[in-house]
Design a protein. Sequence first.
Length: 363
Amino acid sequence: MTRLAAWLGVALAAVLVFWLLAPVLAPFVIAAVMAYVLHPLVLKLEGVAGGRLPRALAVVLVEALALLALLGLFLLLVPILVREWPLLQQQLPLLLDRLGDAINPLLAQLGLNVSLDLADLKQQLVTYLSANREDWWAPLMSSLKLGGSLALAVAGYAVLVPVALFYMLYDWTRLVNSMLELVPPAWRGRFDDFMRDCDEVLGEYLRGQMLVMLALAVFYSLGLSLFGLDLALPIGVFTGLAVFVPYLGFGLGLVLALLAGLLQLAPSQALLMVAVVYGLGQLIESFVLTPRLVGERIGLHPLAVILALMAFGQVLGFVGVLIALPASAVLLVGLRRLRAQYLQSDLYRKSGSGAVEQGSDQA
């Protein structure tokens, strides 16, 4: 009992330190997750080269490809923002006036003596959109727990993540072996089984999620283009790839499509486009793609997914949202093992047999 209390104390202390240092550790957590995903590619590249390729060069090539892919995803937003931001500043007051003109007659028909006055909201939005970018980026970055200064946060992540990723990829095997040495020898067998289960679950999840992302990127791009949206390709591809972040990626893509549609199409056409394309996309993702391509590889209930996103997001901000599902998959493997041990324990068996004996005595 004393040993168990000691281990629980160590675990709680580690969680407390991790929570207090979350903004500092966030770049290293991102680098560790990327290293776990990219390390098999480094090994495969070395195997294809037949050992003639230095490991440092293999790491640089894999890391460069990964960073270019992430940069390409970010650059998908550039044409959207460059084109739509000036239009949004000009037409948002008109859109609010249309909204008021459409809602006020409905309120009158319902017998409600209420008039929707959007003048104050319109003035605040115009002031907000016309403000200096640093004035509204700073609170946003602070809420994402990426640091108080935008320039410092971006520079820190742009430098720390690639450097940490390089060293983790280069010394991944040695780092893993060093962590394994901390496991007591008596626990080594069970720990290895646990890590193999985690690796299998995470690998299946990542492979399935990649296929889901590619399929949704094609679907959203084609769906938006059928409605004649000029920015169908960048918004569709971004939405499809951003679903890697559950709910947040889908919601951001929906908002971008709605804004682009309102600025280009009639309001009714824009709403119909978003309702049809994103409604069908959510149905296809939930009932076709995810069950078939990801399915029960993780086995998380939708409510558990929402809870994990909220919990990890509260602790680590945006980074927590990114790692919520993989971390939850690892926790799920641990909970399954604890459940299996409990069902095989004397506590469970004796409690059941005791209840049966008590019932037979009463009979």
